[in-house]
Ligand binder design. Structure first.
Ligand code: NAG
Ligand code: NAG
Ligand code: NAG
Ligand code: NAG
Ligand code: NAG
Ligand code: ZN
Length: 245
């Protein structure tokens, strides 16, 4: 019979063996490449803006550090932003929230549904972590011109996140018969700046990002990162639930 103590030993065993598992085909690294005539420096600029969009909406070190923007490279401009707003709707990951935000922007311009469906093919979605299979599927259904991500699913798996271990590469491979546009995929863009945003949540010795401080989280029962000025009450409201990406 399992006591609480044996269960926690099993938990430790499970987490110490996670790194041995490899997510198949999760090694797409397009660092440094010019794709679709967009120089790498522009990719870096927009990946940083995806992180900035997250900080604007959720503070300097949100537990769910997933930030997404949708970019029109012809106009060199952000069309809309998304983050995991944790509304309680488990499907509203950053990518879905950004797609919803753009749809609202286009509807407010009185674009028809057909015009909105066509618009995605001109746009690029930047997300600071590789999309889960649900969002990767939504990206393919949208027919974005490009999908650009930072941190990989494999990375987040290795640092303790509960993830679906199916790479975007594999989702895209199985999506070739969808109507509409193909989507160029650029992986592992600016991971030196995105990985640290996902590496502290389950590792008490990893440094907090953006000047945040490590303090005891009553809801999690261990020390996680908080904005330097967050009060105890604020901490509780910021740090709740386990549905994120
Ligand atoms: C992207 O920007 C170009 C240039 O400003 C514009 O003509 C086009 O309508 C924009 N596309 C979308 C989907 O916003
Ligand atoms: C959209 O259509 C409504 C109703 O016809 C109109 O009042 C509004 O000005 C239009 N908005 C834009 C941005 O064209
Ligand atoms: C991350 O790498 C890029 C080059 O790809 C570099 O420009 C940038 O300064 C690096 N960021 C940090 C925080 O070291
Ligand atoms: C936890 O963080 C420490 C400090 O950065 C690092 O040395 C260690 O490798 C991390 N552990 C895991 C499993 O990533
Ligand atoms: C934290 O508080 C200090 C002093 O009150 C203030 O100067 C600083 O801007 C605050 N930082 C944030 C992120 O709110
Ligand atoms: Zn997702």
């Amino acid at each position: 019979m399992f006591t609480l103590k044996t269960l926690s030993i099993f938990g430790l065993l499970a987490s110490s063996t996670t790194a041995a598992f490899t997510v198949p085909n999760d090694d797409q690294d397009m660092t440094g490449l010019t794709v679709n005539s967009i120089p790498y420096s522009t990719r870096v600029k927009y990946m940083r803006l995806a992180n900035e969009a997250l900080y604007e909406q959720s503070g300097p070190c949100p537990f769910a550090a997933y930030g997404t923007i949708i970019v029109n490279h012809t106009a060199d401009a952000i069309v809309c932003k998304g983050a995991n707003f944790r509304t309680g709707d488990p499907t509203i990951h950053g990518e879905i929230s950004a797609i919803n935000a753009c749809t609202a922007v286009f509807a407010a311009k009185n674009m028809t549904a057909s015009q909105i469906y066509a618009a995605w093919g001109e746009l690029s979605i930047y997300t600071n972590a590789e999309s889960c299979p649900m969002c990767a599927s939504a990206i393919r259904w949208s027919g974005f011109k490009e999908y650009i991500y930072g941190t990989t699913i494999q990375h987040n798996y290795n640092v303790g996140w509960g993830v679906m271990t199916l790479s975007s590469y594999d989702v895209f491979q199985q999506s070739r018969q969808l109507p509409g546009y193909q989507t160029s995929m650029l992986g592992q863009i600016l991971t030196n700046e995105t990985d640290p945003l996902f590496s502290w949540q389950y590792n008490e010795t990893y440094p907090c990002p953006n000047g945040c401080v490590r303090e005891y989280s009553p809801s999690r029962g261990y020390k996680t990162c908080f904005a330097p000025n967050a009060t105890v009450t604020k901490r509780e409201t910021v740090d709740h639930g386990d549905h994120w990406h």
